[in-house]
Design a protein around this ligand. Structure first.
Ligand code: OAD
Length: 233
């Protein structure tokens, strides 16, 4: 049976594709305030601004491509059972061709009904505006988990993480919960790798190998290494 690799990705894996991270010095949260665009209160207060923020992200997504890190994770499937848990709302793992992707914080290319959260529609890279309605006649909203909202897929993500033989953490500051807490669910003998060019933000992870590199170089190198390990078994 193939070993199970759980991959937790954050904004850093898409940085070299040209998508801004959130908390780096030129990140999105320098340009916008979270409270203005990424909370349910913001949506009630100023839906036009919230829609505009996600419309911009969606339009930009149409013009970028997966990078070497996304592609390397697809190669890893040759010899491992790879499950990606991403905090990213972009679709770059899908476009690279990964088989299993769980979007903890939602997806930019989808919208949902404000009357029934189960009513989710694909909209690709188009914009939505005020007055755009679902089939029940209520306003459409971005299919995004905003700050303060429940994270519906966290249970599934933690159950997956409990089965990890290897955990790869790529390009995330691990500043946002409950996503960051997933790292605590790995079994005791699980090997953990963290790929990030920034300072190590967390000291609480045991068995950690910190690879201080950008995802575009660190991930392909790590994938080569893991693929050659199974050659040696
Ligand atoms: P952050 O912006 O908090 O962290 C990005 C991480 O990527 C940092 O640790 C950077 O050092 C690292 N990084 C930058 N360039 C990189 C590169 N080329 N290769 C690898 N790593 C690189 O983003 P997240 O941790 O993803 O949620 O943020 C988590 C959540 O906070 C997001 O999903 C979003 C945000 O607010 C919501 O909007 C709900």
């Amino acid at each position: 049976m193939k070993k199970k690799v759980i991959v937790l990705t954050g904004a850093g894996i898409s940085a070299e594709s040209g998508i801004k991270t959130f908390r780096d010095s030129d990140g999105l949260w320098e340009e916008y305030r979270i409270e203005d665009v990424a909370t349910y209160d913001a949506w009630l207060r100023n839906p036009a601004l919230v829609l505009e923020f996600y419309n911009r992200r969606r339009t930009q997504l149409a013009s970028v491509l997966p990078n070497r890190a996304h592609h390397a994770l697809v190669m890893l499937e040759q010899k491992y059972d790879v499950r990606i848990i991403t905090q990213n709302v972009d679709d770059l793992h899908e476009r690279a061709g990964s088989s299993y992707i769980l979007h903890l914080h939602g997806e930019l290319t989808k919208v949902r009904s404000t009357a029934n959260p189960e009513l989710v529609t694909d909209i690709g890279y188009s914009e939505i505006g005020q007055g755009d309605k679902c089939s029940l006649g209520s306003q459409l909203r971005p299919h995004i988990v905003w700050f303060g909202e429940a994270v519906p897929l966290i249970q599934e993500a933690s159950e997956l993480t409990m089965q990890a033989d290897i955990l790869l953490v790529i390009g995330t500051s691990l500043a946002v919960y409950p996503a960051a807490g997933l790292v605590n669910y790995v079994p005791a003998n699980c090997r953990i790798f963290l790929v990030d060019p920034g300072d190590l933000q967390v000291q609480w992870i045991k068995n950690l190998e910190f690879i201080r590199e950008k995802a575009g170089t660190g991930v392909p190198d790590l994938v080569d290494r893991l693929l050659s390990e199974t050659d040696n078994n």
